[in-house]
Design a protein around this ligand. Structure first.
Ligand code: B4P
Length: 199
């Protein structure tokens, strides 16, 4: 159904993409951003893990792909995001975490938001060097047992990020929306840098 423009969806919403390689702190910093700004958190990784936990048809397909560190097909993640956007119009805004991961997803996101007269205001890219990413993800693998946090899969996730996801940076740079934040330091130090960028 075509969205109807109402008073509610003409209120300004703050829509942020948090971007970076696996283990750069996207999920970690998203939790702090939503606490401070009251945004709706849309993490495609979390949504996919919920499908896997619920043993849905989508979850069963996604499980094998995620265990290899590959990307779930664009149309699957775009469909999941569309439902959540449509259900939360009128909120303070969204933080998109782990999405978009391809230029096709970035274009689809612009289209979904434009149906509601909305846009991405800011893209925050966290920079962390490779060895630190591997150290963090191996630690999480030990502590939380996430099945994609093992060395072989981590290395593939980083390669997939370099090959398929880095072009998303150029997409937002060309729109004048990309801001880079140093992702090394304590969680609070990095959050302070993000708040400065949002201001
Ligand atoms: P995600 O769930 O998005 O996983 P991620 O990239 O590893 O990031 P995450 O947010 O979990 O970790 P964070 O950096 O915060 O994706 C998992 C998989 O789902 C993908 O490989 C893909 O298969 C699929 N998928 C998801 N979205 C998709 C899409 N759009 N299209 C296609 N497929 C998709 O943190 C990592 C660790 O670092 C944590 O343990 C944290 O505690 C630690 N940490 C954070 N900040 C730190 C700091 N400052 N110092 C030290 N440690 C820190």
């Amino acid at each position: 159904m075509q969205p109807v423009l109402t008073l509610q969806n003409t209120f300004p919403m703050l829509n942020i993409v948090i971007f970076g390689p696996p283990g750069s702190g996207k999920g970690t910093q998203s939790d702090k951003i939503i606490e401070k700004y009251g945004l709706i958190h849309l993490s495609t990784g979390d949504l996919l893990r919920a499908e896997i936990a619920g043993e849905t048809e989508l979850g069963l397909k996604a499980k094998n792909i995620m265990e290899k560190g590959a990307l779930v097909p664009d149309e699957v993640v775009i469909g999941m995001i569309k439902n959540r956007i449509d259900a939360n119009i009128g909120s303070n805004g969204f933080i998109f975490d782990g999405f978009p991961r391809t230029v096709e997803q970035a274009e689809a996101l612009d289209n979904l938001l434009s149906e509601w007269n909305l846009k991405i205001n800011l893209m925050i890219s966290l920079t962390v060097e490779r060895q630190e990413l591997i150290t963090r993800l191996l630690k999480r693998g030990k502590e939380q047992g996430r099945t994609d946090d093992n060395l072989e899969t981590i290395e593939n996730r980083i390669k997939v990020y370099e090959d398929q996801t880095t072009p998303v940076m150029a997409f937002y740079t060309s729109q004048g929306k990309a801001q880079t934040v140093d992702g090394i330091g304590t969680i609070d130090e990095i959050f302070d840098r993000i708040v400065e960028v949002i201001k």
